[in-house]
Design a protein. Structure first.
Length: 160
């Protein structure tokens, strides 16, 4: 009985199969990363709605225009969250936004809305972090990026 269970040829064949498997996994991983950077076909345009801030300043809140038959569950939750922010019910708004994020964790509007809700609750560091995530997810949406940048400048200036 030999101590080496595989011959040299068998070891090379196993190494080749492991290496091939690794390359296939790497290719799939890179393809999935690239797929996340592309907007899905038929994606709806984003409409910017101005809400009144508690102290009277205007605040841009992105929301997809809801069609006459109603929008997706995420759209409806974000619309309800926008109304809650407008009514200064920030905890309720955050809960609605978090539900929307569980449905679609890659929606930049949800991160942007949650950044705003946290900002009004004096959680500036968390708001900035959420805003960065929204910015990273909104790379293909120029209008939303403009709203995010405008709000980011407001946070940086410390305006309420």
């Amino acid at each position: 009985m030999s101590l080496i269970p595989y011959s040299n040829c068998q070891l090379r064949a196993r190494h080749f199969h492991c290496q091939t498997f690794f390359h296939v996994l790497l290719a799939l991983f890179l393809a999935s990363l690239l797929a996340g950077c592309i907007a899905p076909p038929g994606s709806e345009p984003v409409e910017v709605i101005d809400l009144e801030e508690p102290d009277g300043g205007a605040l841009s809140m992105p929301s997809r225009q809801l069609e006459s038959g109603g929008g997706s569950a995420v759209d409806q939750l974000l619309a309800e969250a926008a109304a809650a922010i407008d009514a200064q019910r920030y905890e309720q708004a955050a809960a609605l936004i978090e539900r929307a994020m569980r449905i679609n964790p890659q929606d930049p509007r949800a991160y942007f809305a949650l950044a705003q809700a946290n900002y009004f609750q004096q959680r500036q560091a968390l708001a900035e972090s959420l805003l960065q995530r929204a910015r990273a997810l909104a790379v293909n949406d120029a209008r939303l990026l403009m709203s995010i940048e405008s709000f980011g400048q407001r946070i940086a200036a410390g305006l309420r």
